[in-house]
Design a binder for this molecule. Structure first.
Ligand code: HEM
Length: 473
């Protein structure tokens, strides 16, 4: 059906958008194009002559989607303050929690956990037969355990239950649920039933966080006892930092245990799936692009000259590896529409009216695949970043996989450190083969939307040990 341009009926000049139906507004345009909102929204913008801004009404919610570099700059920089509706102070506080110095202090955790991953893969490679390893699962375990150790000082004893709880949270919050789209309708709330499920899930997750903090306290007591005996101490983990800040007091809003639990849960939710997904997408793209895979392995093996382990000291020289992560984030940004922003005061953007209360998405996925800014935009080519000085730090608006401005991801440095080391170790110690009979171009790259965009199917690969890890079986 033809898309038509839309003009506001109260004299406003709204961005163009597809035709709307009564009650549901533009929702059918997204539903008919499948559940991947970033792809559906990109398709609509393209059909409206590559409109940098489009206007949709999803149920009762007015939505504007930015799909060009200039439009992204408007929302993330020029008018950042009017759209950054989360309190800035909370982002700043999280940033302090994850400052470069503190990220550095967790180096030992990352190195130990990556070493466990390498040992587990080496054990699988040594098993009889040619069974493939579930790379997605291994990477998820690596990231979960690393993030938990950083937060509570230890691997979480109830990891499986916790992951199930998060999975349920992802199911509840993903897609469009009726009560979000029709906030004023009691019927939508009843039919959807999401509120009840969300409440139960919230209760369960907080109960698990109680347990995590108890586990932390017990560990601290044990460490203190042995430190008194041998005079050694341990790095502060994030719960230590939060409890210390709580004790020092003097904050505008007192740091209650409820807030501390919410911060841990938020950090885990925001930090684990995103990093794990990016490593999985990187491995997937490498399997589809053997030339890039071999070049990365040559860089690693030339630089490390047979060393038994990759450490963070080795990473500085691995320029190509870093370009691979950058190119992966370009084609597979984990949070493709960034977090929704809300217009605080009506304003004009690129000549269009944006009414107060409008929800704004920035379609980073569409922008970082746009032929206007990228040659061979759909092709995985890490070398492109050798000739253009474009980085993901939030100043180049054609490439903002971590967002930009006041709401930029506070975990960017943390994520980079974990992803670089994990990918380096996987490529250094092992050669990787696709399961028998599968050609590189046949590898399934379908996406599914949770809180983040992840692989629809787990990635299975066959490892062949090239550089045995130190304590290999
Ligand atoms: C590849 C890995 C990651 C990617 C691609 C990513 C991406 C993002 C993006 C796009 C946002 C929203 C920014 C915006 O709307 O402008 C965000 C927010 C955030 N990220 Fe990350 N992130 C990653 C890893 C991490 C890690 C490791 C942590 C912490 C350990 C983390 C913690 C957060 C937090 C706390 C927020 C704010 C959430 C909120 O506003 O409620 N992220 N991230």
């Amino acid at each position: 059906r033809k898309l038509t341009k839309k003009r506001g009926n109260d004299g406003l000049r709204l961005p163009p958008g597809p035709w709307q139906l009564p009650v549901i507004g533009s929702l059918h345009h997204l539903l008919l194009r499948g559940t991947l909102a970033h792809r559906a929204m990109a398709g609509i913008a393209r059909r409206l002559d590559d409109a940098p801004l489009i206007y949709l009404r999803l149920g009762e919610i007015p939505v504007v989607v930015a799909s060009s570099r200039d439009a992204a700059r408007e929302f993330l920089k020029t008018r950042d303050a009017n759209f950054a509706n989360r309190p800035w102070s909370s982002t700043v506080r999280t940033m302090m929690l994850l400052s470069a110095r503190r990220v550095q202090s967790f180096r030992r955790v990352r190195e130990e956990e990556v070493s466990r991953l390498v040992d587990a893969v080496a054990a699988a490679a040594a098993a009889p037969g040619e069974a493939a390893v579930n790379v997605s699962e291994r990477v998820a375990v690596l990231i979960t355990d690393s993030v938990m150790r950083v937060m509570i000082g230890d691997r979480f004893e109830r990891r499986e239950e916790f992951l199930e709880g998060l999975d349920e949270a992802i199911k509840i919050t993903s897609g469009f649920n009726l009560s979000d789209l029709f906030p004023s309708s009691r019927l939508a709330r009843l039919v959807g039933g999401t509120a009840r499920r969300a409440k139960a899930n919230h209760r369960k997750n907080f109960e698990l966080m109680d347990y995590a903090i108890k586990q932390h306290e017990q560990r601290r007591a044990a460490v203190a006892a042995s430190a008194a005996a041998d005079g050694t101490g341990e790095e502060e983990d994030l719960v230590d930092v939060l409890l210390r800040v709580q004790k020092e007091g003097g904050l505008e809003v007192p740091l209650t245990m409820g807030i501390i639990k919410a911060v841990i849960l938020d950090l885990f939710g925001a930090g684990s799936e995103t990093s794990a997904n990016t490593i999985q997408w990187a491995m997937s793209e490498l399997m589809r692009n053997p030339r890039v895979l071999h070049k990365a392995q040559a860089e690693l093996r030339d630089n490390l000259c047979g060393k038994p382990t990759v450490t963070e000291d080795d990473l500085a020289d691995l320029k190509y590896l870093k370009l691979i992560i950058r190119e992966t984030l370009r084609l597979h940004p984990s949070v493709p529409l960034l977090l929704p922003r809300e217009c605080q005061e009506s304003c004009k953007v690129m000549g269009y009216d944006i009414p107060k209360g409008t929800t704004v998405f920035v379609n980073v996925w569409a922008i970082s695949r746009d032929h206007k800014y990228w040659d061979d935009a759909e092709i995985f080519k890490p070398e492109r970043f050798e000739s253009v000085a474009v980085d993901f730090k939030g100043t180049d608006f054609e490439f903002t996989p971590f967002g930009a401005g006041r709401r930029i991801c506070p975990g960017m440095t943390f994520a980079q450190a974990s992803m670089d080391l994990a990918l380096a170790a996987l490529l250094y110690h092992f050669d990787w083969k696709l399961p028998a009979g599968l050609l590189p171009e046949e590898l399934n790259m379908e996406e599914v939307m949770g809180i983040t965009v992840r692989r629809k199917h787990d990635l299975y690969l066959r490892p062949v040990v090239r550089v045995p890890p130190q304590d290999a079986p």
